[in-house]
Write a protein that binds this ligand. Structure first.
Ligand code: NAP
Length: 267
């Protein structure tokens, strides 16, 4: 199966940087209409101009919205509906992480992360799935993470938001089976984007280069996997590791060592 995105409308969240921006560039090759959203209007405007130049017939709408604000997210969706813009493809990507010892994490950052990575992403699904089911076509890419498949001391809260999203994705995919709406979970390992600076991991030693995936490769694999209706895309070498099935007997001592290291770093 390969989905045909020609004539379709895609909404990309977190389109101002990293994976979202790259996925918007890829979708611009064949969709009819793109809606780009994130908070930084200037970045979205620049991308919109680039994409209009790339394909003159492409319609691009920019919506600068703080998606961690439920009312603002709903208002954006109401606005699209009232303009007759029906979303066929949702790239549910906006998100961030907060690195460090959980008890020392800044509460407002943690709370914003829970709101953005879980509530906002869920609200978008809840609002957009009914129209897709009604029209008998939809393609959803939920951006989870391998951090949601293996518990990670130092990324306790972030990993938990991604575990939620990975879990939700699998169940929703089941519920959507036979409706014409496909749902793919993208679960990347480390990808160099602005994520590291936002999360506060950029000043730490890097994870092994072997498990890193280039942002463009990751985005290409994600959209290709979505078009093929794959359940899950784990780009790079991590895709070959049975991450969810590692025995606790093995992982707990490793997590204890990792947790002590994070505590030492912050003391
Ligand atoms: N990079 C990695 O190693 C990695 C690995 C696994 C999973 N992921 C996931 O991949 C997704 C994309 O991350 P990335 O690596 O591309 O990071 P990134 O370069 O930091 O991009 C994050 C995007 O989310 C947007 N965003 C953040 N807060 C927002 C808010 N309150 N409202 C609206 N938009 C907001 C940002 O735009 P504004 O700042 O303009 O709002 C930006 O466009 C995230 O869900 C992340 O958890 C990343």
């Amino acid at each position: 199966m390969t989905l045909d995105f020609r004539g379709k409308t895609a909404l990309v969240t977190g389109a101002s940087a990293g994976l979202g921006r790259e996925m918007a560039r890829i979708l611009a090759r064949d969709v009819d209409t793109l809606v780009l959203t994130a908070r930084r209007q200037d970045r979205l405007d620049d991308l919109a101009a680039e994409l209009r130049q790339f394909r003159s017939e492409l319609r691009v709408h920019v919506r600068a919205v703080d998606l961690a604000d439920r009312a603002a997210t709903s208002a954006m969706l109401d606005g699209l509906a009232s303009e007759g813009i029906a979303v066929d493809i949702l790239i549910n990507n906006a998100g961030y992480g907060v690195y460090g010892l959980f008890e020392k994490n800044d509460w407002s950052k943690l709370e914003g992360m829970l709101e953005l990575n879980m509530i906002s992403a869920t609200l978008l699904l809840h609002r957009l799935i009914p129209g897709m089911v009604k029209r008998g076509f939809g393609a959803i890419l939920n951006v989870g993470s391998t951090a949601g498949m293996v518990e990670m001391p130092g990324f306790a809260g972030y990993g938990a938001t991604k575990a939620y999203f990975n879990h939700l994705s699998e169940a929703l995919r089941g519920e959507l089976s036979g409706t014409g709406v496909v749902l793919t979970a993208l679960c990347p390992g480390p990808v160099e984007t602005e994520f590291q600076a936002v999360a506060g991991t950029d000043k730490r030693g890097k994870l092994p280069a072997l498990i890193h995936v280039d942002v463009v490769d990751c985005a290409e694999q994600a959209i290709a996997g979505l078009k093929r209706g794959r359940a899950r895309v784990i780009p790079g070498l991590l895709g070959a590791v049975p991450l969810g099935g590692l025995p606790r007997l093995l992982t707990r001592p490793i997590f204890a060592r990792a947790g002590k290291k994070v505590r030492r770093e912050e003391s």
